[in-house]
Design a protein around this ligand. Structure first.
Ligand code: FES
Length: 116
């Protein structure tokens, strides 16, 4: 049986501070990640494009395309579905962003990542 690595749950932001169609980046214990609210739900991914393993955004907290329908890598314009992080266009087509566990409770958004 493989041991489960220790994890830490960290509060990121109040739920009310992340409106529909907004995204926001965080560095938690050295882990670079971002969250997006889409169709009322919050999803989180590591801020690392599968194409070059570099952060997706050029501007702070700008992880979505103009229509806020896809996550967009600003480096080479790859587009990813918000729900699954699947690249549907660009140099890393069919690859996925790495999901981060995220949850909301009591007007707070938390992420859970492996502890250092
Ligand atoms: S680094 Fe993201 S598409 Fe090239």
């Amino acid at each position: 049986m493989t041991p489960i690595p220790p994890q830490v749950t960290t509060p990121l932001i109040k739920s009310s501070k992340l409106k529909e169609g907004q995204s926001k980046g965080f560095i938690v214990g050295g882990t670079n990640l971002f969250i997006v609210r889409h169709q009322g739900k919050v999803v989180a991914y590591l801020n690392s494009c599968p194409h070059r393993k570099i952060p997706l955004q050029c501007l702070p907290n700008q992880f979505l395309d103009c229509d806020k329908q896809f996550i967009r890598c600003s480096n080479h314009a790859a587009l990813f579905t918000i729900e699954h992080g699947l690249c549907i266009s660009g140099p890393c087509n069919h690859q996925t962003l790495t999901r981060v566990n995220v949850e909301e409770s009591d007007d707070q958004i938390y992420c859970t990542i492996p502890s250092a």
